[in-house]
Ligand binder design. Structure first.
Ligand code: MN
Length: 261
């Protein structure tokens, strides 16, 4: 069966047949569509390839002091995750200060500095001891949050997408291949606003390691290449306003900077 016949055949079966194929995205790129929906990519350092972003997972309350400042007891809570849509991605080129728009609806817009793991090999029920084998590389990113809306929805026991999963809520650096950086199990993570240190911690203070996050996530969701995981933020999250410049750092990666506009 040639390519053309394959897609005609798929069309007869409806979009479900295309969306359900083994490698999501491949068939859709070749299909005829009434309008274009852009895919999301992040540059890969040292190559001319792009990392295609499939899903964005984020762990919540993964540093004890941050869990406490959010009002929960870190010793009793199993890990939990939420997602952002791929168009939350705002790639920020290292060495530049990207304009980041202050979003609508909020009056309490917060930064969260996070290590991000990029998945290169998928799987289900991945054991902790094998989890790091699924990592393609790492980068750093901001889990920008409309804190007032997140809290308002949480207080009402409603989904908090509006607080977390909006456009450009995930500024992110280029992906570094594992061979370039090794794994990140310790090292400084900090964030400054207008040159003043706000967050400062060590990656070894995570409650759930990146390997444990992958293992836990893979019990709930089948992971695929292209998935990325925001691994949580340390304590001292806080607000920014228009004009502020955020700079974040993780040892071993170039800093990421945005200006709120
Ligand atoms: Mn976060």
């Amino acid at each position: 069966m040639d390519r053309r016949n394959f897609f005609q055949g798929s069309a007869l079966l409806g979009t479900g047949a295309i969306l359900g194929c083994a490698t999501p995205g491949v068939a859709q790129q070749a299909a005829r569509t009434p309008f274009a929906v852009p895919a999301t990519y992040i540059p890969i350092v040292g190559t001319d390839e792009l990392f295609p972003v499939r899903r964005i997972y984020c762990i919540g309350r993964n540093y004890a002091a941050h869990a406490r400042e959010m009002g929960s007891d870190p010793t009793r809570e199993p890990p939990f995750f939420f997602q952002k849509p791929t168009d939350a991605i705002q790639h920020v080129v290292a060495g530049t200060v990207a304009d980041h728009p202050y979003p609508s609806l909020t009056k309490n817009y917060h930064y969260e500095a996070e290590l991000v793991a990029a998945i290169g090999k998928g799987g289900r029920n991945i054991p902790v001891g094998k989890a790091l084998e699924h990592i393609y590389g790492y980068t750093l990113g901001l889990d920008m949050t409309r804190r007032d809306l997140q809290r308002f929805m949480g207080d009402q026991k409603k989904p908090w997408e509006i607080g977390k999963s909006f456009d450009k809520s995930a500024p992110i650096g280029a992906v570094h291949k594992l061979a370039q950086t090794g794994h990140f199990t310790q090292g400084a993570i900090w964030l400054k606003v207008n040159g003043q240190t706000k967050q400062s911690a060590n990656l070894n203070q995570m409650i759930w390691s990146v390997a444990e996050q992958i293992a836990n996530l893979s019990e709930a969701f089948e992971l695929f290449p292209g998935d990325i995981i925001y691994s949580g933020t340390p304590e001292n999250v806080g607000p920014v306003v228009v004009g502020d410049v955020i700079e974040m750092h993780i040892d071993g990666l170039p800093n990421l900077s945005v200006k709120i506009v």
